[in-house]
Structures are given as C-alpha cells and as structure tokens.
Design a protein around this ligand. Sequence first.
Ligand SMILES: *Cc1c(COP(=O)(O)O)cnc(C)c1O
Ligand code: SF4
Length: 335
Amino acid sequence: MHPTWPSADAWQQALRTLITDPAELLELLGLPSTLADAGADGEFRLQVPRSFAARMEPGNRQDPLLLQVLPQQQERVSVAGFGADPLAERVSNPRQGLIHKYRDRVLLIASGGCAINCRYCFRRHFPYQQNQLGPEQWQQVLDYIQTHTELREAILSGGDPLVTPDSRLSRMIEQLATIDHLQRIRIHSRLPIVIPERVTHALVTALAATRLQPVIVLHCNHANEVNDEVRAAIARLRSAGITVLNQAVLLRGINDSVAAQQQLSETLFSSGVLPYYLFVLDPVAGAAHFDVPDAEAQQLVGELQARLPGYLVPRLAREIPGQPSKTLLMPRRPR
Ligand SMILES: *Cc1c(COP(=O)(O)O)cnc(C)c1O
Ligand code: SF4
C-alpha cells in the first residue's frame, strides 16, 4: 500500500488558523458562550486546531475532546499540593534545553510551542521562553551528549517538538546520528493526533534515513481523537518502520472509565499503535479538577487488565522528582 502524502506546508497552514477564541469554539459546537470562563486561562490561552475541534460532538458540553481544551472556572481554584513546577524540572536542567534525569536517555526541549493547549498540562507554568534551543545552545546540547557516553537515546520533547520545521528537524537528527554511542531517536508529540497533516514526507524520510532507530510516542487520551486522517498519518509513520507508541493522561470526566480506556487501547491498536503509559495527573496548579485518586486509577487498570491482552494495557505511572525512572503504580485486581 502506498501512502498518499499531505502537502508539505498544510500543517503550518493549520497552525496559522488555530481557534483561540472560546466563544468561536462554543458557537461552532452550538453551545452557549457562557460555558467558558474567559478569565480562567491567564497566560495559557485556549488554542485548538480546527481539525481537532471538528472531532468534537456538536451540542455535547461534556465532550471528552472539548473538556481537554476549554478554560473553565475550576482552574481558578487553588488546591493544596497543586503547584507551578510539579516535576521540579528547573533543578535538573544541566544545559539550557536539556533534561538528563534518567541514566541512558536525555530529553531535549526542541520547541516551547504546541499546536493545542491542554488544560491539564504542566507546560502552563514552565519557563519555556528561557529554554529554547538556539544554535549556540544546540551545540552545547550536542557536546553534552557527546561527553556522556552512557547515553543511548535522545528524546525530542517540548512543548511539542514537531512544531519545528522539517528542515531543522532533519538537521538535528543528522547531527545526533553522528554521536556514536546514541542508538535511538525518540519523538514525543501530540501533533500527529491534533494535526495529522504534520506527518509529512520530509519528516518520515528523515526518520527512515537515519541510522538511529526511530520511535514516536503519541499523546492521545480518547478514542474520539482518532479519525481517518489520524489513522492515515499513523500508517505513513509505520510504512517507514517507525515504532509508534502512545501515552495518555488519566483525566477525570474524560477517560476515567474502563470502557473509555478499553476503547482507547483497541482503537489505537487497530490503527497500528501500542499503548505505552497511562499517567496519573501531575499536580499542576489549575488542573486539580482532572485528578483521579491513585486507588481508583489502580482499580481501573486492574479491570482493564482483566479484559484485554497484556500488550493493550498501558503501564500506569507517575513522575516523581528525583527518581531514576517513571514510578509504576500496580493495578489492583477486581474482586
Ligand atoms: C519521561 C522521561 C523520559 C522517558 O522515560 P521513559 O520511561 O523511557 O519513557 C526521559 N527523560 C525525562 C526527563 C523524562 O521525564
Ligand atoms: S500537547 Fe502536550 S505539551 Fe502541549 S499542551 Fe498538550 S499536554 Fe502540554
């Protein structure tokens, strides 16, 4: 099967026409404009690609895609334990744009921007402006990786690293590939989900051509996010031999049921994606209303495990500052 490719700049066009006005989004969905709390978003504005909004169900104020992006009044409620830097990233930042917390992997902040603003995101408070990778910083990052011979994998993260143009990404990948001890290149991105045209011929070619083994970790939280365009985008990645995984965040009112998680895993797998992580929420200020208690999360994944093959059950995990890896939460067997 030969994939058909989107035009090289369709995704940039989509980025230029994001919906940023809550009233416009609600009107498109036939919902009252009073549902949004315009004052709740502060610096972190509503931002949604049109193709993602088109997957929301008109008239449904509980739509699981809408709830991920709509600024709401609960965000103003301050809750103990939910702060501005839940992952203490600011302290493990040895070079600008680089986070080296786990022994053989290094995370690079390839871009501070995103195509979508997810309300539960820790990025809403992170000082990304001070963490952009300019040419000088990029050279320092390469030098750091070169001298740390324990590193096997470079992870392009952000923000969303795929906001970066293909020409620049290709160069970054080529330069990383010259570092002998690196074996893998990983990209963490929500873009192939929210703007599937982002999976361009140039991107796939760059990942197919490098000697580094390519892995893409998508971020999809609900089966409704996967439509035909997303399936086609994933097929384009897979046609080049790229391993495609997914990480999701467990979100109250959005995907906190066994049925929603089962449907997510099955839909992803039928599209060529394996579930990887299901994260419990980072305790970020403004997102407490999305929180699902650990015991409930463990119960939910226990039930999922009783229904699905092992390879369709994501690892339930959280990030705890100072730990050498993600921390797994064990599923609880249903009685
Ligand atoms: C999550 C994360 C990784 C990747 O962890 P995996 O368990 O390999 O997916 C690497 N570095 C940092 C700083 C991270 O936060
Ligand atoms: S795409 Fe990822 S990094 Fe960007 S706002 Fe959403 S959760 Fe945050």
